[in-house]
Design a protein around this ligand. Structure first.
Ligand code: ZN
Ligand code: ZN
Ligand code: ZN
Length: 388
């Protein structure tokens, strides 16, 4: 017997789930949202009219149906929340109002008359579910206006029956793709590349999604979008599939972009003391505040690999450091309105002033009037040459 559950989508929610892709919920509803449960989406009465154009109706109504795919603990939550992937979601062509002339469609138990609607997740019988669906029709799924679901099918690595089927069946599955992107985001797991950052609005939402398990080991229904579907940029994805008989793992791909690192026990940037806050981080680099700041907010961007010379950074490390420079700059500006400029600098070699032989880039906030004559900026590394 199939289980049916009504799930509420609030206009304003702490989770901001994409309808029909993911659904976050508190632990108390876990029993009602097991894999395979049919879910009918519900919206309560409108509270803020600015959401009017995103709803089918102002009054409480049902508006779509799907099936719970997989359920995961929400690692970002401190309250034991969960989230579910939603499969085969279809919107209703017209809203089904929760209250009809004859009364509510849902049966309200007499002991719950006062607080029935407070529960965002409500199990219902199959009869009630059917009567909701009978009052509307299912919308035809509109054809996407992008070729995103086609990506990943590149002839050079679609050779050989297994590979071809694999790419076709898994990486072109638009539903798994949407779920994986909702979970992981659209930045490349290999190199951090973001199509939106690079190409603006035109690139927004674009990313390849790579399936990490070979086809022989899993059937379509068992694909786990958290563990097995990872976002990769087109370049990293091509490199992963470059050789027919050897698909790279994510770790192998990353090793190509930054050689294995050796931790130096006597290096203070290889072993950041406990309690020292990491203010930003990505796969190849991290940022901390300088222990002896030149100005308030002085931040260091440091590659995770122990490498002395800035010029020995790999391309991926350079990009990662640059990304963190911008991220830190944005955050510092947001929290401190007195900042009016920045110096960015690297000391490469002891004659250039480098004292810690683990490469680091300085991000130094500047404020109007912090020195009498700022003219020349980093030219001041040779003080008598700063002014020109
Ligand atoms: Zn990449
Ligand atoms: Zn792939
Ligand atoms: Zn080091």
């Amino acid at each position: 017997m199939e289980n049916y559950t009504v799930i509420t989508e609030n206009d304003e929610s702490e989770w901001d789930d994409q309808t029909g892709v993911l659904y976050h919920f508190p632990n108390k509803y876990l029993n009602h949202l097991q894999p395979g449960t049919k879910v009918i989406y519900y919206k309560g009465k409108i509270k803020n009219v600015s959401y009017r154009n995103k709803r089918l109706h102002d009054a409480p109504h049902y508006f779509g149906i799907g099936t719970v795919g997989r359920v995961y603990p929400d690692s970002a939550s401190t309250k034991k929340d969960w989230f579910a992937t939603i499969d085969s979601f279809v919107l209703f062509s017209t809203p089904v109002l929760a209250k009809r002339e004859s009364g509510y469609i849902e049966e309200i138990p007499t002991n719950k008359e006062k607080n029935y609607w407070r529960d965002a997740v409500r199990p219902i019988t199959s009869d009630i579910a059917n009567s909701i669906v009978e009052l509307t029709s299912l919308q035809e799924v509109p054809e996407a206006d992008t070729n995103d679901a086609e990506q990943g099918l590149v002839s050079s690595y679609a050779e050989g029956a297994a590979t071809k089927r694999y790419v076709t069946t898994y990486e072109r599955n638009p539903e798994l793709r949407r779920q994986a992107i909702a979970i992981h985001g659209t930045s490349c797991f290999g190199c951090g590349f973001s199509f939106e950052k690079h190409y603006g609005e035109h690139g927004k939402g674009y990313i390849h999604v790579h399936h990490t398990k070979p086809v022989a080991e899993s059937g379509e229904r068992t694909v786990d979008p958290v563990e097995e579907m990872i976002p990769l940029c087109a370049n990293c994805h091509s490199m992963v599939h470059r050789y027919k008989n050897k698909t790279l793992t994510l770790d192998e791909l990353r090793l190509l972009q930054a050689p294995p690192s050796e931790t130096h026990s006597d290096c203070i940037f290889c072993r950041i003391p406990e309690g020292r806050e990491i203010v930003a981080e990505n796969y190849y680099a991290f940022a901390i505040r300088d222990a002896f700041p030149v100005s308030e907010g002085h931040t260091l961007i440091i590659p995770k690999r122990h490498i002395a010379d800035y010029f020995d950074l790999t391309h991926s490390e350079s990009i990662a450091i640059n990304e963190l420079l911008k991220e830190c700059r944005d955050n510092i500006l947001k929290s401190d309105k007195t900042i009016t400029g920045f110096n960015v600098g690297v000391n490469a070699g002891s004659s250039a002033g480098q004292t810690i032989m683990h490469c680091h880039t300085h991000l130094i906030p500047r404020r109007y009037g912090d020195v009498k004559q700022p003219r020349g900026g980093v030219r001041g590394v040779i003080p008598e040459k700063q002014k020109y």
